[in-house]
Design a protein around this ligand. Structure first.
Ligand code: KG4
Ligand code: ZN
Length: 334
C-alpha cells in the first residue's frame, strides 16, 4: 500500500511516501522536509504565527517534491496519514487541511496521527524491533519514556516535570550566545571541552526514578554566567559540562525504565537523539546492562513525515479511516 505522510506540527513542513504491506514494515520511497530555522533564528525561538504562515507557502511544494522523489503520481497514493496533534494549532491546521483537501478530491482514505506515536514508531523505519520496547522521546517539546507494547498500545512510564531536554539545550545555547536552535552547537563545542571542569548539579525527581527534571541545570548555567568567575570559564568546558549533566540525567531513568519493563531494546528518538554524547553514553549503558540501543538515522529522529506515514499506515492497512471532520488538537494525548 502506497501511503503519503504529511507533518506540520511545529516549524517543519514535511511529506513522505512509504510503501507498506504489514504493520511497522515499510520501504521509504521519499522523505522531504522544508525547515524554517532561518526564519525563526532572528527571534531566538519559534514564532507560531510565522511558522503557520510559512507552512501555507511550503506545504504544496513539499508534498509535490515527495511524490516526485518517490516517482509516483497522486492518483497512485492509496492512503494519507497526517499529524493532527499535539503541536502548534496553527501549524497543525495547515497540514491537516491540505490532507483533507487531497482526500476529498481523490476519495482516498485519510487518518489523523498523533505526532508522538510517529516518534515512538520511527525506529521501525529502518529496523526490526520486537515489542515491547522502551522508547526515549527526547526533543525540543518532549522528554518522556514510553513502553511500546503494540501498535496503538503505548504506556508512558516517565516524563519531564518541567523543561524538555531540547529546551534546556536551546536555552543554555541562547545564554551562551550560540544562536538558535542551539543543541547542535553545544554538541559540537563540547567535543573540544572538558566534561568535568565545571560543576553542574544533577537533578533527580524524588520518589520517581523514571522522571526527568531539566530546569535546574539550565538555572545552574544562568547563575554561573551571572558571576565573573563563571564567565571566565572556557565556553567549551561549560558546554561539555552542561551536556554531560543532561546526558547523565537522561541515561539513568532510561536504564531504570528498561529494567522495570524488561525491554531488550531501547529506542532513542526525537531531535536530541542527534546528540553524539547521548548516543554514545546510552549505547554504552544499554550494552553494560545487556540491552541494545536502536537510534534512527538523524533525519528520522527529527520531525519527518515518514514516521507519520508509518504510524498511520498500520491503521490504513486494516481499512480504517477518519472522518474529514477531525480537528487539529494542540494537546492531543496518546
Ligand atoms: O524533534 P525536533 O526536531 O523538534 C521538536 O522539538 O519536536 O527537536 C529539536 C530539538 C531542539 O531543541 C534542538 O536543539 C535539539 O533537538 N537538537 C539537539 C541536537 N540536534 C538537535 N540537541 C542536542 N544535541 C544535538 N546534536
Ligand atoms: Zn517532534
Amino acid at each position: 500500500m502506497l501511503i503519503l505522510g504529511i507533518e506540520s506540527s511545529c516549524d517543519d513542513a514535511a511529506a513522505a511516501v512509504i510503501e507498506t504491506s504489514a504493520a511497522g514494515i515499510a520501504e521509504i520511497r521519499s522523505s522531504t522536509v522544508a525547515n524554517q530555522d532561518d526564519i525563526h533564528r532572528a527571534y531566538g525561538g519559534i514564532v507560531p504565527e510565522l511558522a503557520s504562515r510559512n507552512h501555507v507557502v511550503t506545504i504544496g511544494p513539499v508534498v509535490e517534491r515527495a511524490l516526485m522523489a518517490a516517482g509516483c503520481r497522486l492518483a497512485e497514493v492509496e492512503g494519507i496519514a497526517v499529524t493532527r496533534g499535539p503541536g502548534l494549532v496553527g501549524s497543525l491546521l495547515v497540514g491537516l487541511m491540505f490532507a483533507k483537501g487531497l482526500a476529498q478530491a481523490s476519495g482516498v482514505a485519510m487518518v489523523g496521527v498523533n505526532h508522538i506515536e510517529g516518534h515512538l514508531l520511527a525506529p521501525l523505519l529502518e529496523n526490526r524491533i520486537a515489542m515491547p520496547y522502551l522508547a526515549l522521546v527526547v526533543s525540543g517539546g518532549h522528554t518522556a519514556l514510553f513502553a511500546v507494547e503494540d501498535f496503538g498500545r503505548y504506556r508512558r512510564i516517565g516524563r519531564t516535570r518541567d523543561d524538555a531536554a531540547g529546551e534546556a539545550f536551546d536555552k543554555v545555547a541562547k545564554l551562551m550566545g550560540l544562536g538558535y536552535p542551539g543543541g547542535r552547537a553545544i554538541d559540537e563545542m563540547s567535543r573540544r571541552g572538558n566534561r568535568k571542569s565545571v560543576r553542574i548539579p544533577r537533578a533527580h525527581v524524588k520518589g520517581a526514578p523514571m522522571d526527568f527534571s531539566f530546569s535546574g541545570v539550565k538555572t545552574a548555567v544562568a547563575t554561573l554566567l551571572a558571576t565573573e568567575s563563571g564567565r571566565a570559564e572556557r565556553p567549551e568546558d561549560l558546554a561539555a559540562s552542561f551536556q554531560e549533566a543532561v546526558v547523565e540525567m537522561l541515561v539513568k531513568p532510561t536504564i531504570a525504565a528498561a529494567r522495570e519493563l524488561g525491554a531488550d531494546t531501547i529506542a532513542l528518538t526525537g531531535g536530541v537523539a542527534a546528540n553524539s554524547r547521548l548516543r554514545d553514553k546510552l549505547a554504552e549503558a544499554a550494552a553494560a546492562d545487556g540491552r541494545r540501543l536502536v537510534a534512527p538515522a538523524l533525519k528520522y529522529c527529527t520531525d519527518n513525515a515518514a514516521m507519520i506515514a508509518l504510524a498511520g499506515g498500520y491503521r490504513l492497512i486494516r481499512g480504517e479511516r477518519d472522518a474529514l471532520s477531525i480537528d487539529a488538537e494542540a494537546n492531543l494525548s496518546l
